[in-house]
Design a protein around this ligand. Sequence first.
Ligand code: AKG
Length: 277
Amino acid sequence: MDLKARKSFFEQEGYLIVEDLLSAEEIEACQAEIHRLHQFAAGQEPDEEKERAEVARRHVQREPFAKDETQGNNLPVLRKAENTRQYSEVFRNLAQHPKLIAVVQELTGSDDLLLFRSTLMFKPAFHGSSHGLHQDSAYWPMEPPNLVTVSIALNDATPENGCFKVIPKSHLWGMQSWGHIAREQGEQLTDRKEVAEQQTDMPLSAGSALFFHSLMVHGSGPNTTPTPRNTALYAYFSPQVRYVPKDGKPGEKTFPVVAGLGGQTELTLVAQTDGRS
Ligand SMILES: O=C(O)CCC(=O)C(=O)O
């Protein structure tokens, strides 16, 4: 697909798969860092990594439905790690990978990009639970709801180990109600029977990536296999998107700049009373 075709596919379907975005060496470096973050979560860091490990520990979440407390090597069973760019050079650099940024610039039509989210999603062997169908923009204080997320597979992601499921074209449905996200292994991904059969598996080989619109309905199944399914997930937006926090949330928020904007490293968006920032 040429660039124009990729953009129009994304606009129509709400998602785009780009194969082989990362090299084997880059995947290996990400996997090694994931192992290190699990060691940090277990308090197994060397002295020179203490400070970084403490920050990382504040951002990891244990798998809520794990059958055991630990997996091999006494490492904890984790579900995710948020804000990876704060404590991981590997994942800070990955957020600005030139191949990744080029696709997001193409899909948003903007040379200037800010980073909304930098996360690792883990589906540990046998333990990984499901993510119920949802729309990300329902949870994000950003208007218009027009962000682009990428999920980069760091292992092969299959229907059996919990790859993404999307409902193509659902980014055109507007915001809807979906119920809870964290679901046990045996649970359906949605209680809405009328849409359940529209879910489509998005298997990815390691190093390939799924880009999707922040209004697209998506989720993922359980991991019932001996193979983990780990992904790096980033959400990006152009400066046309405004920060519109709900009551009680901070009136301004600083976001990292990952491309353009004259080379500045971050930008503070101020929420204004009329909803504009
Ligand atoms: O990676 C997954 O399994 C699902 C992640 C997801 O849906 C999200 O964080 O919005």
